[in-house]
Design a protein around this ligand. Sequence first.
Ligand code: BGC
Length: 470
Amino acid sequence: MVGRDMSFPEDFLFGAATASYQVEGAWDKDGKGENIWDRITHEKPNVIQDGSNGDVACDSYHRYKEDIKALKELGAKMYRFSISWSRILPNGTITSINQKGIDYYRKLIAELLENDIQPMVTMYHWDLPTPLQDIGGWTNPAIIEYFVDYARILLTHLGDKVKWWLTFNEPTHVARGYFQPNFMAPQLLLHHLGAGYMVTANILKAHALVYHMYDKEFRHSQQGKISLTLHSFWYEPMSDSEEDIKAANTAINFDFGIFAHPILGKDGDFPAVVKERVEVVSKEMGLKRSLLPPLDKEWIARIKGTADFLGVNHYTTRLCTPGPGGVNIPDSGVSLHIDPAWPIAASAYLKVVPWGFRKILRWIKDEYGNPPVIVTENGFSDRGTLNDIDRINYYRSYLRELSTAINEDNCNIFGYLVWSLMDNFEWIRGYTEKFGLFHVDFNKPDRPRTPKDSVNFIKNVFKTRKLPRD
Ligand code: BGC
């Protein structure tokens, strides 16, 4: 470690992130409609580990000023939050626009700007209005235009103040809601129909249309930037055998490349290895066509280049070898493993593997020509303690790798946001796993926020733009 420059550039954007369903609460207040997480938590509470829901969560709908105080205390320059589609359009469509929803986000944004914190807004972080789910959700191509309508409302009403937009958060996770058991709403098991791949294609198209709409109707007057955020593990070959190296390459293309390649790849389109594998598997299933719907020439051209920068969420790493493939990346023919020596977090998936962070950032640079990247999420879960030394160790080690990626590998990274500002509703894990830098007391009606020890650590990094040497 000695000798490495462990600093961050002067204009680096440090900040924190959250998402609407995980923090807002007020699930049926002021005209908000029902979304798929309201529905699943109310109708099937037993799919959530502690039977909880986001009805109140951190109550950020009423307490956003406290969130901004916390951001201030941290020294954040950017706050990434998401918009609840059904708070703006209660039935999912522009036939009814909820002014109170728009007012809420305008107030939040105004307060951020007053405090010198730049908003980065995610249009979709997994909370689809239920009427849209009832027509098939993201598998129905009709959703593409509904999303464009929704995005136009956001850009029209908020775009004068917001310079950073993300259309989607982790679209691979949206797709998993249609095939992976016990995971994301709506928890459908439709892999045999190719539902996840339909979702993938529809999201890529919706994203591209919104990007072009921004170019045509808003960019000139608003002067912002627009992209999306992709999630990926780092996929390390289990050994240096050729098969394992190939397996790791296949895995990252299934998980990351499936969205990144059409948008950032030289020739656009899905990665060749994904097209080939899904074709083979579809044939083996007895189908006459691939489960992965092909993108035609027009769509390939329309999707290519639709990112002013790239958002990357990263937490952990897997070891890869050929095998039957798992629920995470079906059809890949890759089986994923962990090294039992890797330290663990409260979340079963989250093993502490800092070197994987540098590797994925480097891979993105090499694969896609060093695009401007902002890390839009990175963080650690525990069961809840104010003395969160394991979280500090996680951040220390991951931030070291980040600074190395910037200073030694020359990766074009312009910002880093922690996940998360505060403890919140962790999807099917409910409130059993805590990612916050600020503790939230969910037993008290006023949901007090209390800084954990990690606040001091992060605050110091944000302020000095340097990592402590210890
Ligand atoms: C998601 C967050 C989630 C976090 C921690 C990310 O994949 O975007 O919503 O809370 O992981 O598991």
